[in-house]
Design a protein around this ligand. Structure first.
Ligand code: HPA
Length: 234
């Protein structure tokens, strides 16, 4: 049965999925990395595909931008389609002098400005952490590929424009700002499934450097490879 936001039948989505924010990046990943990709979703243009990568069944689907959007898709993927490993691949803005444009950030944890966790656990400042097994695998895969990969804390912000000044957190070692990881990690913790977020630095909030949108859509292939290799690693 399709869900309100995903038009797939049960069984059409693999139990391992890569989650880019941009649905066109999902299409790019399916077309360039999957053997025999089959599209399973087009509701709201949020393209999703299932195929195989090195013979292992995997899926990829866009999530849209922000924690409300990724929460809708991740909830349905976990609760209705039985997905067990979910890896976000996306972009982030560096707030740290040691984290450079085009570097990879593999999020160990995500602070957030969102109320999504506070709604459920108002008495606790609960850290949102990724799955250690996926984190460990992704880090070693990135190192084996000789990529500049950092592991640490990110900030998942509700706002791209305005809001609390997240750049302040760079001073205590937070690496980058993005908009989805904390919600994904929370759902992983809540539903006992494995989640991770791997980001390429697309812009630097301290230096003003930026990549183009064409580069963001098409060329962040190292991150996609690390995500896929992590999904299928034993
Ligand atoms: N803020 C939030 N999300 C982002 C940014 C940013 O500066 N860059 C890429 N994703």
């Amino acid at each position: 049965m399709p869900t309100p936001h995903i038009g797939a039948q049960k069984g059409e989505i693999a139990d391992k999925i890569l989650l880019p924010g941009d649905p066109l990046r999902a299409k790019f990943i399916a077309e360039n990395f999957f053997e025999n990709p089959v599209q399973f979703n087009n509701v709201r243009g949020m393209l999703g595909f299932t195929g195989t990568y090195k013979g292992e069944r995997v899926s990829v689907m866009g999530t849209g931008m922000g924690m409300p959007s990724i929460s809708i898709y991740a909830n349905e993927l976990i609760s209705e389609y039985g997905v067990k490993k979910l890896i976000r691949v996306g972009t982030a803005g560096s707030i740290n002098p040691d984290v450079h444009i085009r570097d990879l950030v593999i999020a160990q944890a995500a602070a957030t400005t969102s109320a999504i966790i506070r709604n459920d656990f108002p008495s606790f400042d609960l850290p949102m952490i990724s799955d250690f097994d996926l984190l460990d695998k992704a880090f070693h895969i990135a190192k084996d590929l000789k990529l500049n990969a950092h592991v640490g804390n990110v900030l998942s912000s509700d706002l791209f424009y305005g809001g609390p000044n997240g750049v302040e957190l760079g001073k205590i070692g937070v690496m980058a700002i993005e908009m989805e990881a904390a919600a994904l990690f929370y759902l992983g913790m809540k539903h006992h499934v494995q989640t991770l977020a791997i980001m390429t630095i697309s812009d630097h909030l301290l230096t003003g450097e930026a990549t183009t949108s064409a580069e963001r859509e098409l060329t962040f292939t190292d991150m996609m490879k690390v995500g896929l290799e992590t999904l299928i690693a034993e």
